[in-house]
Design a protein. Structure first.
Length: 439
């Protein structure tokens, strides 16, 4: 007679973490806690809280559904979590799955401290060549392979005790779980009586956990700096600046959590600074090439033990090339084309201060925003009317509408032939100026 295992799960998915409930208010429950990604502070804290909650609720078991390639928390924090697993009154079990998942690096120590371990076909388990510290190694209740092994190899080594292709197959074979046999035709099915509750990180915790992955942290770090440079060459503060600041902060968090090499992070910052030098000129030159050298070296050696994938690197390098070889230089040339070709028309134009100019700020002239400077003796308040009295490079020199230290009307116009300015006395053709007697 064919024996098949079918699990009927009354599951409630808790998006914000383990739900608080009293043991007497509900039937015996198995908590399934999803451990996906690197063991960072957010995920480690979530697993520890889930174990504490299960003990408080009197649950029959906690099952960690693991797909993790390592740990980025301190040894003391990892040791504390493994010790909590081993000493928990509620058994803490580990299932590596579904197919294609792994528990490698130091995250394999979760299996070492678990009460029962199961693996789906096509999964891998082992330290992958890493050597845990003595404190972490002391928490293991079973041997963890120094390399990596598959599901069948793990069963042969005694790491797992039964086949578990799915999470349901694993749960139904746990001793603490209550089941019943149901006969349907010539098949005998085992039906789960114990309730199963799935828990996962809250949305905010998911955000910070995602940011702490190498690819996401790296790209956010670069995108944030790129948008801040873009904002640097546009007047005012816009969406790019706000978005760039947010991405940069999140990227910095991820880089801080992950094992990043300080000198590689510095190279990425220097790469952006080098790009900015040539963006200001509007033409990619030496510093753009230097920036790409810094970017490539910093990217390849950024994270210790967690190299970035070629897809991530390709996206970063292609994005940098499009941005700093074409996009931003073109934007700067277009933005400042008028004042570099015919800037005399700007002299005397009236506008309004978008920010306080004391001595630097931003003004609006004929609907366009410009960076501006004024004499320290004549600061301009926000929204005050201003007059353009000069232009130096890409910066306008302005003064208040009234009471300026310099008056544009004192600037005498050039003659039609471009000769030096002429005064009223010499405009008549030479000789002494006419003088009318007062008599």
């Amino acid at each position: 007679m064919l024996l098949s295992v079918v699990v009927s799960v009354a599951a409630s998915v808790a998006g914000a973490g383990p739900a608080a409930a009293q043991a007497g208010d509900r039937a015996p429950t198995v908590d399934v806690v999803k451990v996906d990604g690197l063991l960072d502070p957010v995920l480690t804290s979530f697993v520890a809280q889930s174990i504490d909650q299960a003990n408080a609720d009197g649950d029959v078991a906690v099952v960690l559904q693991v797909n993790s390639s390592g740990s980025v928390v301190a040894d003391a924090e990892l040791t504390a979590l493994l010790t909590k697993m081993r000493t928990s009154a509620v058994p803490v079990d580990v299932w590596v799955g579904p197919s294609g998942s792994e528990a490698t690096g130091l995250s394999a120590m979760l299996a070492g401290a678990a009460a029962v371990v199961g693996m789906a076909p096509g999964t891998r388990l082992g330290l992958d060549g890493l050597t845990p510290s003595p404190e972490v190694a002391a928490t293991a209740v079973r041997t963890v392979p120094t390399g990596t092994v598959g599901a069948q190899e793990a069963q042969d080594l005694g790491i797992t005790t039964f086949a578990a292709p799915t999470i349901g197959d694993f749960i139904v074979n746990l001793e603490q779980v209550e089941t019943r046999q149901v006969t349907q035709g010539d098949q005998v099915r085992r039906e789960l009586v114990t309730q199963v509750r799935f828990t996962q990180l809250s949305l905010l915790d998911q955000l910070f956990h995602a940011v702490a992955s190498p690819a996401v942290a790296y790209l956010l770090f670069l995108v944030g700096m790129g948008l801040l440079i873009f904002e640097l060459f546009t007047a005012g503060v816009g969406i790019a600046g706000v978005t760039g600041a947010g991405a940069f902060v999140l990227g910095c968090y991820g880089v801080a959590v992950l094992p990043a090499r300080g000198w590689a992070v510095l190279l990425l910052v220097l790469a952006m600074a080098a790009f900015a030098v040539d963006v200001q000129t509007g033409v990619p030159r030496f510093w753009t090439g230097a920036g790409f050298v810094f970017l490539v070296v910093g990217s390849l050696f950024l994270f210790d033990g967690y190299p970035l994938s070629w897809i991530t690197l390709l996206v970063a390098f292609a994005g940098a090339a499009l941005t700093f070889l074409s996009g931003m230089p073109s934007m700067v040339r277009t933005r400042f084309a008028t004042p570099t070709i015919g800037r005399e028309w700007m002299i005397g134009e009236m506008g309004r201060a978008v920010t306080a100019v004391d001595p630097d700020g931003v003004v609006q002239i004929q609907g366009a925003l410009w960076r501006a400077t004024t004499n320290r003796a004549t600061p301009v308040e926000e929204l005050d009317r201003v007059r353009v009295v000069g232009i130096e490079g890409l910066v306008l020199e302005i003064e208040p509408e009234e009471g300026g230290a310099r008056d544009y009307r004192e600037r005498r116009p050039r003659s039609a032939t471009g000769d030096a300015p002429t005064d009223d006395a010499s405009a008549g053709g030479g000789g002494e100026p006419d003088v009318t007697s007062g008599d």
